[in-house]
Write a protein that binds this ligand. Sequence first.
Ligand code: SAM
Length: 436
Amino acid sequence: MSGPFLLGLSLSGRRVVAVGGGPVTARRVADLLAEGAAVEVVSPELCPALTASLSERTTLSWTPRRYAGARDLDGAFLVHTATGDPETDRRVAADAEARHTFCVSAGDAAAGSAQVPARAAVPTPAGEVRVAVHAGGDPRRAAGIRTDLADHLTGGVVDLRARRPHGGWVALVGAGPGEEQLLTRRATTLLAAADVVVADRLVPQAVLARLPETVRVVDVGKQPQHHPVPQEEINRILVEEARRGQGVVRLKGGDPYVLGRGGEERAACEEAGVPVEVVPGITSAVSVPAAAGIPVTHRGLARGFTVVTGHEELPGLPTGTDHTLVVLMGVAGLRETASRLVAAGRPEACPVGIVERGWTAEQRVTLGTLADIAGRAEQVGVTSPAVVVVGDVVTLAHGWAEQGEGAGGPGPSADAAASDDVSERSTRHLAAHAVA
Ligand SMILES: C[S@@+](CC[C@H](N)C(=O)[O-])C[C@H]1O[C@@H](n2cnc3c(N)ncnc32)[C@H](O)[C@@H]1O
């Protein structure tokens, strides 16, 4: 086999001498310092990046002169040379060789006794996974292959589970609104590292189906009005599995911290001394309206939005139709919510949209006003999960003209009709509809 023997070096606290003060040295020195090495740069001048590191890092020192010979390498475990002068680089490499010290020669890799592979690191709760690529001495090819490998590692293609006992961990991972393409990169990486996945009802089923058979899936999904696994029990499962040394992904619909009790789960882990990471997800509160063409804010229509559950009393909420209200878990109490909002001062003509099963093939949108939305929902048999959106932004929904105004249904609310933006709003609505 030709090529260098790829070896992991522990550089923490060890002396490395870098000859040369330019950008190549700066990049390599940054890596060496990150590994904990004590680096001395020998060079009459420093580039700006090295000057900046010198003022920030106590483990970096500078000898401001030209390379003076083998004594500069005293005590070094590793030498790096990038002076821009081939003759000096050759001298440094030869001096290092004579002292049995490995030397990287950046300008001419073959002239040194060590080479730096293209590297990537993927953090997992059970330790960082690193890859190093050497490709026949071609650094560009190595860098390209490294990038592809790193993509595989973070993209959930490679099984990252620990194969020997390790400290357990929990990751509270937001899975987004149900479309697996809307999972974050970090979510896929952690799923590939998990021994156990504790899943909600609304997480993308395709993601669970693709897990290796040896990953245990615990379904703690809650149905509306029916809580098969109480929150305390979920907390207990997370802590117990982690204490058994398992890597646990708690896969939650949307974002863990938006009406998802993620804060309680994190607190339970922290109280039990279990390491816990929280990975944000795309919340249904914003993404499900978007799937129906409804932006929760829109210039001229709404400057802000509030997210509530349909179980709330809804006290003290802004009543203007230019403030969007997003109601999660709002199907069962829809009639009461609509009449409470009207009683609180919202106009009966305020537009309302209900988006059921957003981002799935069964997505359905029902449009109306506070006055008639409950009747319309009952008529078509709206069921959970659904997001209810209240406010003028609903007029931007795909199909508003057909289901709403065009069908003799809700017109613009009193607030919106009074606004100067009405004609602009209609134009924008048509444009959005044409694109849909
Ligand atoms: C317990 S809350 C959890 C919200 C979640 N943490 C989030 O950020 O999206 C569940 C509610 O989110 C809404 N929901 C979640 N995914 C949905 C989807 N794909 N379509 C419609 N509504 C959804 C429904 O209102 C459902 O009742």
